[in-house]
Design a protein around this ligand. Structure first.
Ligand code: UD1
Ligand code: CA
Length: 464
């Protein structure tokens, strides 16, 4: 028997009352992923593919938001306790003859290491069930582990049902178990709900199995990895543990993290060695960054691919592609659909959206480039605006290679400016400009000799 023969049930039907939220607890994000997705990913990494998620409270929303995970859903309504919840997964696991793992749906920091340790302990000990435990400095809120005189697990007592002596026990239950399938399905229907909460406790299945003389193996683990989220303060604290864990992985892989306190790097971000992340920088979604690039300070990058040796300074990038040797910022805003080819220069207060800028294009100051294609080596002067929107449609601006767009030009799309063309500063361009032509669209300058001097004299006479 191997890990592949194990199925997992994740219990996520509860309301999560203490979150004080309309969103079900399992959907609250932690470093950009829902709590349930964090757990599902770790279960998969541990080699377990068959996963049933038990849902109940806001089931429709849960199913919709978690559809991409490829898990099976089982419904629990009403929610009568963790034992009752596990029972609801039985039909979904029809035909599965291997061991069944049961995990809570509110422990986002669990890794494949703890899940692997649980499976391995079960497989090696040939016990009827195995479970994780941990030593809590403050055990309050957790089920306490009761051991028999030989040190074997005899049962779990919930805090509300515990005697004052039992409440002193510091070995507690993170609610992560694995059972022989037949053992679980035979035990669950026999649970009683005569306890302080009037619920069918999954914890009682452990007591029942041990009470029938069978072995329950326990493995002690790091409390940080199995901590649960009950309220938003715990969520915030676990988020910071997860954040540091991710930062450490990148740092040890050769990424400079100048200030861990203010840096966020999401779980799906890929960084090459010798990337340097300056303070107050947030990298999220499917972002990747090539070797030698420096990002930040004060930068936010989401779902963006950045090449090698780029400098991205105090800017926002969302769903963009940035090739090697690009310099961007300070204060640039790259919006979805931006493609910057090799060597592009984007300066301060430049906004780019749905636009491709060819190699070595330079747009250094105060510019909006939307729905545009700009050929290699063109220079976009300060204050250039593409007027892409006419109130109904978005229209394209096309600029050839090696063009020069003078400062403060207004390009009214759709418009095409040919290779090597020159647009005079201050022009409003609403007709195509052929290659190598010069276009000027502004009123003629007049110069009136001595005018200013006469004006000042008139003013001075009147006030004297
Ligand atoms: C449970 C354990 C406790 C353990 C603690 C660890 C029981 C009886 N107690 O208590 O020993 O120390 O977890 O955090 O199991 N759920 C359902 N349906 C239900 C009830 C709960 O799906 O009817 C789900 C919840 O959505 C949640 C998980 O089960 O994801 C745990 O439920 P929760 O109410 O948080 O259990 P605890 O009181 O923390
Ligand atoms: Ca809990």
């Amino acid at each position: 028997m191997t890990r592949r023969d194990v199925a997992a049930i994740i219990l996520a039907a509860g309301k999560g009352t203490r979150m004080k939220s309309d969103l079900p607890k399992g959907l609250h994000p932690i470093m950009g992923l829902s709590i349930v997705e964090c757990i599902v990913r770790s279960v998969r990494k541990a080699g377990i593919d068959r996963i049933v998620v038990v849902i109940g409270h806001q089931a429709e929303l849960m199913e919709y938001q978690l559809a991409h995970l490829g898990v099976t859903f089982a419904h629990q309504s009403p929610q009568l306790g963790t034992g009752h919840a596990a029972m609801q997964a039985r039909d979904a696991l029809a035909g599965h003859n291997g061991p069944v793992m049961v995990l809570p749906g509110d422990t986002p920091l669990i890794t494949e290491a703890e899940i692997g340790a649980l499976v391995d302990a079960y497989l090696e000990s040939a016990a009827a069930a195995a479970m994780l435990t941990f030593e809590a400095k403050d055990p309050s809120g957790y089920g306490r582990i009761i051991r028999d005189p030989n040190g074997h697990v005899a049962g779990i007592v919930e805090e509300r049902d515990a005697s004052s002596e039992q409440r002193k026990i510091q070995e507690v239950n993170p609610a992560m178990y694995i059972f022989t399938g037949t053992e679980l399905w035979e035990t669950l229907p026999k649970l009683s709900n005569s306890n302080a909460q009037g619920e069918y406790y999954l914890t009682d299945a452990i007591g029942a199995i041990a009470g029938s003389g069978k072995r329950v193996t326990a493995v002690s683990v790091d409390p940080d990895s199995v901590a649960g989220v009950n309220d938003r303060w715990q969520l915030a604290q676990l988020s910071s543990v997860l954040r540091m864990r991710l930062l450490k992985t990148h740092a040890l892989a050769g990424v400079t993290i100048a200030d861990p306190e203010t840096t966020w790097i999401g779980p799906d971000v890929e960084l090459s060695p010798d990337v340097c992340i300056e303070p107050s920088t947030i990298l999220m979604g499917r972002t990747s960054i090539g070797a030698g690039s420096t990002i930040g300070p004060n930068t936010r990058v989401v779902d963006t691919r950045i090449g090698m040796n780029c400098i991205i300074l105090m800017s926002h990038l969302n769903s963009a592609v940035v090739e090697d040797d690009v310099r961007c910022g300070p204060f640039a805003n790259l919006r979805p659909g931006t493609i910057l080819r090799k060597g592009v220069r984007i300066g301060n207060f430049v906004e780019v959206k749905n636009a491709e800028l060819g190699e070595q294009v330079s747009a250094s100051h105060l510019t909006y480039l939307g729905d545009s294609t700009i050929g290699a080596r063109s220079n976009i002067g300060a204050g250039t605006i593409t007027c892409n929107y006419d109130g109904f449609d978005k229209n394209r601006t096309e600029i050839g290679e090696g063009a020069f767009i003078g400062s403060n030009s207004t390009l009214i799309a759709p418009v095409h400016i040919g290779n090597g063309a020159f647009v005079a500063a201050g022009s409003t361009i609403n007709r195509d400009v052929p290659a190598d032509a010069m276009a000027i669209g502004r009123s003629q300058q007049e110069v009136k000799e001595e005018w200013a001097k006469r004006w000042r004299q008139r003013k001075a006479e009147r006030s004297s």
